[in-house]
Ligand binder design. Structure first.
Ligand code: PDD
Length: 291
């Protein structure tokens, strides 16, 4: 068994040790994966794009019909308390809301209190090696359900997809639905084509990462064209550059796909110039957009 660190977490109104925090076996998060979550990066002890994460949480809660248990001030106060209790300056706040505890029945129970769980852990950034050489990805058919837009804790499809890449020593699994790019198991995917950044359109097949809007803003700052449109698999395989984005990866270059080098000419199999500019712009944004 892994050792659970003795750090502060928040569970249903109480701050307690992660080692000792317990929920009921009848929690619908445990029984059905009936809950939603967020992962908020923290830089220099400040929450990055906090309001965007809270807005997405509210959207996810609305889609699964769980009432938001806290207001903005309540979420912020709890996040800050957990961040203050950690030694690291750069962290990740994980927060999860499940429908609560009830006797097992698929029907949503009335009058149950949602379970709220939160923890802050130190951020494990991409390694200098990954930034310098890029990462390997594999491809797969997107076999997940049709509500990938909900940031749900029901992540078995994503877990199975991620393991396909882990089994092959790769960093992510890039998925296609009906021949079009959706996303990776826990990241969004970006294609660079003739200097423009392309992403799949927002839909129920893709989680709208907080970095969707951030990358649009960074492209605007950098004078890079940004376009969301359906991207056929062939375009991904022929990309000039490929990138992943997520709270933990920020933007990260993909340099091999199913073992084949990404890109063309001298940059084949190497991180490209659009990645380098977005990565730098991202570092500047951290200081400006954290509260
Ligand atoms: N994953 N798509 C999926 C399926 C994800 O799980 C994530 C994030 C993203 C990127 O979203 P954002 O830019 O808001 O982090 C896209 C988080 C980090 C996780 O589950 O740990």
């Amino acid at each position: 068994m892994q050792t659970i660190p003795d750090i502060l977490c928040y569970l249903n109104g109480e701050y307690t040790s992660l080692k000792h925090a317990k929920v009921s076996v009848l929690d619908r998060g445990f029984i059905f994966g009936d809950g939603v979550y967020e992962v908020v990066p923290v830089y220099g002890r400040k929450l990055f794009r906090f309001d965007e994460h809270l807005e997405r949480l509210a959207r996810s809660l609305g889609k699964v019909r769980i009432e938001n248990p806290l207001d903005r001030a309540g979420w912020l106060e709890r996040c800050r308390k957990l961040v203050a209790a950690q030694a690291a300056d750069d962290q990740l706040v994980y927060l999860q809301v499940t429908r609560g505890v009830a006797l097992r029945d698929h029907v949503m129970p009335a009058d149950v209190e949602p379970t709220v769980f939160m923890m802050a852990t130190s951020l494990k950034p991409a390694t200098p090696e990954q930034r310098h050489h890029g990462v390997a990805c594999v491809t797969a058919r997107d076999f997940r359900w049709e509500h990938a837009d909900i940031k749900s804790t029901s992540l078995l499809g994503n877990v199975l997809a991620r393991q396909m890449s882990a089994d092959r020593g790769a960093a992510e699994t890039v998925m296609f639905r009906n021949g079009f790019l959706t996303e990776a198991s826990s990241s969004n995917v970006w294609v660079v084509h003739e200097g423009a950044v392309l992403g799949p359109p927002k839909s129920e097949h893709v989680l709208e990462g907080i970095r969707y809007e951030l990358i649009r803003e960074l492209c605007e700052e950098e004078g890079i064209a940004y376009n969301l449109r359906p991207i056929p698999e062939a375009e991904v395989l022929a990309a000039d550059e490929l990138m992943l984005s997520s709270a933990t990866k920020e933007v990260l270059p993909v340099t091999t796909l199913d073992g084949d080098p990404v890109g063309h000419g001298a940059l084949r199999g190497k991180p490209g110039p659009v990645y380098a500019r977005l990565h730098e712009a991202y570092q500047r944004a951290k200081g400006l957009q954290s509260i």
